[in-house]
Design a protein around this ligand. Structure first.
Ligand code: SF4
Length: 499
């Protein structure tokens, strides 16, 4: 049995109890809120309200609920008491500890929106088959964000209650509008002084147009680079079409140059998984490992919108992705067991929720969902969307998640409108049918955009929902891996502590 206590996570509030405390009648207890799910033929996992878990033998949840514990369950009984699954009192003495831990888990809500995405240009010199936003046009006025919209976006960002905001520049290819990025960074820094805000700057770029001058500016202003790398050359160039078929070489050149100027940690890379990628999990993992990245994010392509228009290249079912994910994760774990720390990012986010008491700021695995309360998107044309996926949906002429316009909307119009409230309500998994009694609720999130676009309403239907299928399978798999080999549990603990 793995108990939270064994995971070496200090719970500083615990004291040793007197001997009398352990004198009890095994059936004489009260149930605290917890949920459970079958893991495999032999095991099930119990998860309490704050995400603490116990992996136990099948049938244990039933015995606990029917109060059939007996003297042979001494160790289990102590674990259940210590981890707030049951209590000797109707209201546990340590109820304030549970409340504090719950508040800590939800503390990502404390400061409201952090990530502000500025779609600085829709122009791009690539024509990737899964991308809906690229415009090869040279017409800057039609597809670049105007300076007036940049100013208005910055003004809204300064109104966020969050003292630490992130300003992320996206495209198209963001570097094609580098003069506007320079303008935006300098303006934002100047204004931030007045509002006492710290800003992290990120540019998302394929790195093809990068120059030493651009990188010198990034160094001066501590701007991080997030690039795209789809794996080895034969996959990357197939996915990321470009005249000359040299996308991979340009990305490699850009990564090397960026590391030279900004240092090893100045550039991270993101993978897009096409149908072609699914056959090459090991090769893709090896590419990231060999290029000395500290991690790789094995993430599926959006199952809606433009990406799936080219069904042959980009539409695949969740089972195929899960097969790819598990093979890739095995390879990554193997590297770790051989001595070098190398993380899978999605697993690390989930494991942080499973193995630590801390909150996680990843927008796709939050409840309430990260859109609006953690991220907002200012599009190149001044329209404002609830998330990046929401603006991609708008490219398909579905404006359900448009929250306003930089020219006409006030902060309150955008963030506290009826629409914003309706979206937020649909993104609270504690109250979603299916999620409300799911054992993995505290590790998972909600995705109203995905539900709307794949199932026709923002609330969705869990048994046929790809977001649910993916998360259910991956979380179960992580529990099974932890339970199967203590060395893997050690690797996972290293991942969550190293971040
Ligand atoms: S989406 Fe699925 S796995 Fe996630 S909490 Fe809801 S029911 Fe559970």
């Amino acid at each position: 049995m793995i108990a939270v206590a064994e995971l070496n996570i200090a719970k500083k509030s615990r004291k040793f109890n007197d001997f009398d405390y352990y004198e009890h009648n095994y059936a004489d207890y009260f149930l605290l809120p917890f949920r459970f799910i079958s893991l495999n033929e032999e095991k099930e996992v119990l998860v309490n309200e704050v995400g603490d878990f116990l992996i136990v033998s099948k049938g244990t949840a039933e015995r606990i609920i029917l109060k059939q514990l007996n003297s042979s369950d001494e160790e289990l009984y102590a674990d259940l008491i210590a981890n707030f699954f049951i209590s000797k009192e109707r209201i546990p003495v340590l109820i304030d500890v549970i409340a504090t831990r719950y508040r800590t888990k939800k503390s990502f809500l404390d400061h409201f929106t952090a990530l502000h995405i500025f779609v600085i240009s829709l122009r791009c010199e690539h024509t990737c088959h899964y991308c809906q936003v690229s415009r090869v046009s040279e017409d800057k006025s039609a597809f670049d964000m105007s300076r007036s919209h940049i100013d208005k976006g910055i003004a809204l960002m300064m109104q966020s209650p969050n003292p630490h905001v992130t300003m992320e520049f996206q495209g198209g290819e963001a570097l094609l509008a580098f003069e506007n990025i320079k303008y935006a960074v300098i303006q934002a820094k100047e204004i931030a002084v007045r509002f006492d805000k710290e800003i992290t700057f990120v540019i998302c770029t394929n790195l093809a147009p990068v120059t030493l001058e651009m990188l010198a500016f990034c160094k001066e202003h501590e701007i991080l680079i997030s690039t795209s790398l789809d794996g080895p050359e034969f996959i990357h160039n197939k996915n990321r079409h470009k005249k000359g078929n040299d996308s991979y070489q340009l990305a490699r050149r850009g990564i090397d140059l960026t590391r030279e100027v900004l240092g090893e940690d100045g550039v991270s890379a993101l993978l897009t998984t096409s149908t072609l990628s699914l056959d090459y999990p090991n090769e893709i993992v090896d590419e990231y490992y060999n290029l000395n990245f500290g991690s790789i994010f094995l993430r599926p392509i959006s199952p809606f919108g433009f990406a799936t228009k080219n069904a042959k290249k980009n539409k695949y079912n969740t089972e195929r992705f899960l097969e790819f994910y598990k093979k890739g994760l095995d390879r990554i774990i193997e590297y770790n067991l051989n001595g070098r720390s190398f993380r899978e990012d999605y697993a690390t986010i989930l494991l942080k929720k499973i193995l630590t008491p801390f909150p996680v700021g990843y927008v796709d695995l939050q409840s309430p969902a990260g859109m609006i309360n953690n991220v907002i998107v200012f599009n190149y044309d001044g329209k404002i969307y609830a998330s990046d996926e929401a603006r991609m949906l708008a490219e398909m002429k579905d404006f359900t998640f448009q929250l306003g316009n930089l020219d006409t909307s006030s902060y309150n119009d955008i963030f506290y409108s009826d629409k914003a409230i309706a979206i937020t309500e649909a993104g609270i998994n504690e109250s979603l049918p299916g999620c409300s009694d799911c054992a993995f609720q505290s590790y998972c999130g909600a995705d109203p955009v995905l539900c709307h676009s794949t199932q026709g309403d923002m609330y969705g239907h869990r048994p046929t929902n790809v977001f649910c299928q993916k998360n259910m399978a991956i979380i179960k798999h992580l529990f099974e891996l932890m339970d199967s080999d203590p060395r893997i549990l050690k690797v996972f603990n290293n991942w969550v502590r190293g971040n």
